[in-house]
Design a protein around this ligand. Sequence first.
Ligand SMILES: *Cc1c(COP(=O)(O)O)cnc(C)c1O
Length: 372
Amino acid sequence: MDWKVKYINYPMQFKNHEKDYMAIINDVLTKGDLILRGQLKSFEENLAKFCGTRFAVGVSNCTNALYLSLYSAGIHPGDEIITVSHTFVATIEAIHHLNAKPVFVDIADDHNINVDLIERSITSKTKAIVPVHLNGRICSNMGKLVEIAERYDLTIIEDAAQALGASYKEKKAGSFGLAGCFSFYPAKLLGAFGDGGAVVTNDEDFANTIKLLRNHGRGPDGEIAMWGSNCRIDNLQAAILDFKLELLSKWIKRRRELANLYNKLLSDVQEVKLPPPPQVEGDHFDVYQNFEVEANNRDDLVKHLNKKGIEVMLPWGGKGVHQFKALRLGHYSLPRTEEFFKRALMLPMYPELKDEQIEFVINTIREFYGVG
Ligand SMILES: *Cc1c(COP(=O)(O)O)cnc(C)c1O
């Protein structure tokens, strides 16, 4: 299909900075800097600075960032981890592979964990909370979440895969608990040319443990200090990411402009519930990784948009993690999450989009609902 508005456009992203990328690739390959070299160190320093944390450690992807973080936090088989079902399966995989148990809490109107429902899910086995900041917005009421974690002595590991650069009360995503985990999957705010991830933390011992674990437990002297694995990020990807990180604030600014357009021109359409517009002053600085709306008659709207040449997506195929039968997660009553997935829809949102394209998407939605 020849889309008029694609959901994401990797070739366009590449073309916009082709010369820079090719120069970086050439430089890295000419030097033979392929594994754990200076470009990675530079990226880690810049990423830590960007997140307002003391340390950042590059790893192979966010799934492993979450796994290594939970492992390093001392999560054991049978421990319970409070999180959400409205997330990518990766969040839950990390918990599953430690033989720990995910405990799902329903979502709130911001599509993230409903902080008011956390306390009633805490048991004597609860060890951690994994808040997921979806769509580039930090969980509302993060202050209360931190307060609950402190009161019950629970570790916070943030799944900040979608929230690099977002903040709440001036505090950046990834900096609220023991560790924050990021993804550089190509479609993410900061995307590699393949897979990549990182763990950020203020805890030096924790950072050093992640560094050991990602590289077979080997220290700089070659001594094996513990059982580890291979969860390294490619040095070439790190070099690209270090360059792209400099552009990220500009890209986020553009995402916020697009979110403003959607909000300005769709707010009178009763059938569509929009995420909050970008705040200029206020607690939340949202970075709009995605633009996720709730829509009446969603499936027909999707057909209509597709027919007009607009590519859209259902979050994770339209199901919460607990709804995938093969995962055998047991029965959960998550009415808000399940209702949400029947209505959820993700509209195109990336910095390369032109105003005219967004306006075309908006007008097509208005036309579908018969709003002039
Ligand atoms: C993308 C994503 C992940 C997984 O990231 P990878 O780098 O692909 O492993 C985890 N959690 C959330 C919320 C994500 O969006």
